[in-house]
Design a protein around this ligand. Structure first.
Ligand SMILES: [Zn+2]
Length: 298
């Protein structure tokens, strides 16, 4: 939390000067400033500061509570650096918290298309400003961007691809502004867990990013030790499963890449059993060639 949250009401933006009526209905109907909320608790300076801190903390907890596990990407510091895990609120999650903070996005520029270094690859970048009506913080000339090679672009071509990348770039701009103004770029996992106490949401359901295994393993590629056998399909959702090498006392197995989507119906296949069965089948008739890329199901 920065001291920007402790700005005095005098720092409010000029265009907002007329929108405040210190009336109870106004306070209920629309987010007012933290300074104004804090003075509802008393006017002694220390009371006001204490009240502001509490309001920001309450808002943070309410924001995290409004998000879902799939909205977060977890990052882990290297073990030698302490191994701390922090959550990054992704763009879709930012949509759920923006109104709580009264965050407005304005002064949006035109999306700019940038050609990539490979034929057919392109990026869109878009700039804009944001302000938070509650904290009175503003951010200017923020950037958002997306690339035609991003995951969500799979199977999209032509105008559909163009529009998707442009829309996602805008969503990324909104996300960047919201993360910055609400301080949700790197939230300690313990704080997320505390906010989800009493709900069914678990950080174990969050996706893993940098710091958890290699990039290709995170994206779903088979680890180098994967056997040369077509993986079985998940018995619950039908997705092509992934090989998981043995670890400790647990033997190698195949797991579903979408296991978080059906956490209540677990499915795994013992690797030794599957490989033995697959080899028998292959001996009887040539197996279908694997045409799907690992990670391409959806
Ligand atoms: Zn599955």
């Amino acid at each position: 939390m920065t001291t920007d949250h402790l700005q005095t009401p005098e720092d409010r933006l000029p265009e907002d000067a007329s929108d405040h009526q210190p009336h109870q209905l106004d306070f209920i109907a629309a987010p007012t400033t933290i300074g104004e909320l804090a003075t509802l608790r008393g006017t002694a300076p220390l009371d006001v500061i204490e009240a502001r801190v509490q309001i920001v903390e309450t808002l943070r907890r309410a924001s995290i509570r409004a998000t879902h596990p799939e909205d977060w990407l977890l990052f882990k510091a290297p073990d030698e650096a302490g191994g701390q895990i922090v959550g990054y609120l992704q763009d879709a999650g930012c949509d759920r918290v923006r109104d709580l903070w009264g965050i407005e996005i304005f002064g949006i520029g035109r999306p700019e298309k940038i050609a990539g270094d490979q034929p057919g690859v392109f990026h869109y970048v878009i700039t804009g400003n944001g302000r938070c009506k509650l904290t009175k913080q503003t951010v200017e000339a923020m950037e958002g961007g997306r690339s035609s090679t991003d995951d969500f672009c799979k199977d999209r071509t032509g105008a559909d691809l163009e529009l998707s990348v442009r829309k996602a770039a805008r969503a990324n701009l909104d996300g960047n502004i919201t993360r910055e103004l609400a301080g949700l770029k790197a939230v300690p996992i313990e704080e997320i867990e505390r906010a989800w106490t009493g709900t069914a949401k678990k950080t174990a359901q969050c996706r893993h990013g940098r710091g958890f295994g290699s990039r290709s393993e995170r994206l779903g590629a088979e680890p180098a030790s994967a056997p040369d056998v077509q993986a079985p399909k998940c018995g619950v959702c039908g997705a092509l499963s992934r090989y998981r090498p043995a670890s400790g006392s647990r033997g190698a197995f195949y797991g579903c890449p979408n296991y978080q989507k059906h956490a209540d119906r677990k499915w795994t296949m013992d690797a030794a059993k599957w490989i033995e069965q697959a080899k028998k089948t292959a001996a009887a008739a040539p197996a279908e060639p694997a045409t799907r890329e690992p990670g391409a199901e959806g």
